[in-house]
Design a binder for this molecule. Structure first.
Ligand SMILES: Nc1ncnc2c1ncn2[C@@H]1O[C@H](COP(=O)(O)OP(=O)(O)O)[C@@H](O)[C@H]1O
Ligand SMILES: [Mg+2]
Length: 342
């Protein structure tokens, strides 16, 4: 059997947080034992509230931060076992699209200089003629035109939406095999978001790359991961994972129902009268606080004594739909009345 494009196994990240005044350190368990596989042309969407560990997963995939444990394999090759130049080359194959296009682009460089930097550094293409043609092609592929004009501009001469598209083009320069887009539309005006999402989606379809799409917005996740897969993250772990349509039509983790019942409906009158499943307390607990049982127990209206002490495993309930909850059947029954988003 051939290896999957991307194979992530029990990936973990523990940060050490130093208290500013006392100097004491606490362990922040940002990512807890995440495993998934991705094939070429597939999309996996990570969705969850701020602090759930989504960006840390993206950074580990793109080799921006080292995992505390676990493995990342690309075509069967263990990337974390590589060192030096081999590691640098391998890390180019997984490209991260940054959520902040201001931070990602050098203000003193033209668009051409910014997006050709990876080509020059990694000697993909030395001659200037073919390079400019390739850059123009990249710029057009992300929906910017006229390409020659855009390439000559500096970041401050572009709109927010154009800047974000340039950052996307730069990630594509090295023909990545996996693209990780972290909140790629969060800094862009709402009116431009759909266009950029559509561009990303089209690129995902045409490039044949694997796509890890990260968002805190379940509405966006649903749109982007249509007919693909989705993972709901809470405090560093997948609590529900599987085909998007199965999860949206039949969410089995109470947290998923909470997120879905909070997505605004197209008809604002219905928003006022719909039922929302709310957590017990709006705040996510601190990832530094140790949990013994289910990490969601402190906010879960259905939690029992068992949930406080015994962590639920992520279990397949059929069709690749996986849920980490001791009371899947009961929760499905009791949350049915809240499924107002369909
Ligand atoms: N460099 C860091 N040092 C210490 N803690 C961090 C660091 N980066 C992230 N964290 C913590 O890790 C957890 C997950 O963060 P992050 O991956 O950014 O989540 P998300 O992208 O879902 O908002 C949070 O509790 C955050 O405070
Ligand atoms: Mg983030």
């Amino acid at each position: 059997m051939t290896s999957p494009l991307l194979d992530v196994d029990r990936l973990e990240k523990v940060y050490l947080r130093t208290h500013a005044s006392t100097g004491a350190t606490t362990r922040v368990h940002a990512v807890r034992s995440i495993s998934f596989q991705l094939q070429s042309g597939e999309v996996l969407c990570l969705v969850g509230e701020s602090g759930s560990g989504k960006s840390t997963v993206g950074k580990m995939l793109a080799d921006v931060v080292p995992p505390s444990s676990g493995t990342i394999r690309l075509h069967g090759q263990d990337l974390l076992a590589l060192t030096g130049r081999e590691r640098d080359q391998a890390s180019l194959r997984i490209q991260l699209i940054h959520q902040d296009p201001f931070a990602a682009l050098n203000p003193t460089r033209t668009v051409a200089q910014s997006i050709s930097a990876p080509l020059v550094i990694h000697r993909h293409m030395k001659a200037k003629g073919p390079r400019m043609a390739r850059l123009a092609e990249l710029i057009e592929s992300v929906g910017l035109s006229p390409a020659r004009e855009i390439l000559a501009k500096y970041p401050h001469q572009l709109s927010g939406g154009q800047r974000q598209r340039v950052v996307i083009a730069r990630a594509l320069t090295v023909d990545p095999e996996v693209i990780v887009a972290d909140e790629a539309t969060s800094m862009v005006d709402v009116s431009l978001r759909v266009g950029i999402l559509d561009t990303l989606k089209r690129l995902g379809d045409t490039l044949g790359a694997g796509f890890v799409f990260i968002t805190h917005d379940f509405g966006v996740a649903r749109h982007f991961a249509f007919q693909q897969r989705l993972a709901v993250m809470y405090l560093g772990a997948f609590v529900e994972f599987g085909p998007t349509e199965l999860i949206v039509s039949n969410p089995l983790h109470p947290y998923t129902t909470m997120l879905l019942s909070a997505v605004p409906l197209p008809d604002p009158r219905k928003n006022r009268t719909r039922r929302r499943l709310r957590p017990l307390g709006e705040e996510i607990p601190d990832a530094a606080d140790a949990t013994v049982g289910c990490s969601f127990a402190s906010r879960c209206p259905f939690a029992t004594d068992r949930c406080q002490v015994e962590p639920p495993a992520l279990v397949d309930v059929g069709g690749g739909h996986q849920v980490a909850c001791h009371y899947v059947d009961r929760v499905a029954e009791e949350t049915r009345a809240y499924r107002t988003w369909a």
